[in-house]
Design a binder for this molecule. Structure first.
Ligand code: HEM
Length: 186
């Protein structure tokens, strides 16, 4: 996983619970997972999960809840990395339709060795779509949080119902997306 993700995780903990909490969390991780992590570097996924796991334990929350909160925190920071691909979009769905073949493609150009997941977007109506997430990393709680961040940034009442999940035995994770036209117009 790219160093930028480790940096966002650190920022998330430090901003919410302080530098001391982050240092305490690192002491609970194996020595190789304590960084330092530089943005363009590439590090084992297991190290990110070790830090996130230790953070969840430290804060007394489930790992999935911590990953959701991390995703919501992360989205505006990620959006700043590719502003031209985010801010011109009219709404969440227009942005998410381009996530796989424009946004993450650009990410791979900017950050060599990035291994991004696959997202398949299919419109199911003017204000709704299905988004299929496929990744060996199976980080669907992070996706839930990122989608919450997308909805917040566009302010269009995006809801994402996680209808199929690999952790419940389904083949893929599917999110049924809907934007609220009234909120868009407001
Ligand atoms: C707008 C800007 C975005 C940027 C700049 C961005 C960038 C990245 C980067 C750098 C990685 C790490 C890849 C690696 O370390 O190998 C990543 C992974 C990931 N991205 Fe994005 N991303 C963006 C938006 C999103 C959105 C909106 C979603 C979901 C709705 C998403 C879902 C994910 C997930 C789940 C991963 C973890 C890897 C995996 O599951 O296999 N990203 N992204």
């Amino acid at each position: 996983m790219k160093g930028v993700m480790f940096n966002i995780l650190e920022e998330f903990v430090v901003e919410n619970w302080g530098i001391q909490a982050y240092e305490d969390i690192l002491t609970k991780c194996p020595i190789h997972a304590r960084g330092p992590f530089v943005g363009p570097g590439t590090y084992p996924d297991a190290d990110l999960l070790a830090i996130a796991g230790a953070a969840a334990k430290h804060l007394g929350v489930e790992l999935a809840d911590a990953m959701r909160a991390l995703g919501e925190f992360a989205f505006p920071l990620l959006a700043q990395k590719v502003p031209d691909l985010v801010f011109p979009c009219r709404d969440s769905l227009e942005f998410l339709a381009r996530l796989d073949d424009v946004v993450h493609v650009e990410v791979k150009k900017l950050m060599p060795h990035a291994v991004t997941p696959s997202f398949q977007f299919s419109a199911t109506g003017p204000d709704q779509a299905d988004l299929v997430y496929r990744s060996q990393r199976r980080l669907c709680p992070l996706v839930e949080g990122l989608l919450a961040g997308v909805g917040k940034l566009f302010g269009d009442g995006l809801s994402a119902s996680h209808t199929h999940c690999v952790h419940r035995g389904d083949e893929d994770c599917v999110f049924a997306l809907q934007i609220d036209a009234e909120e868009c117009a407001a």
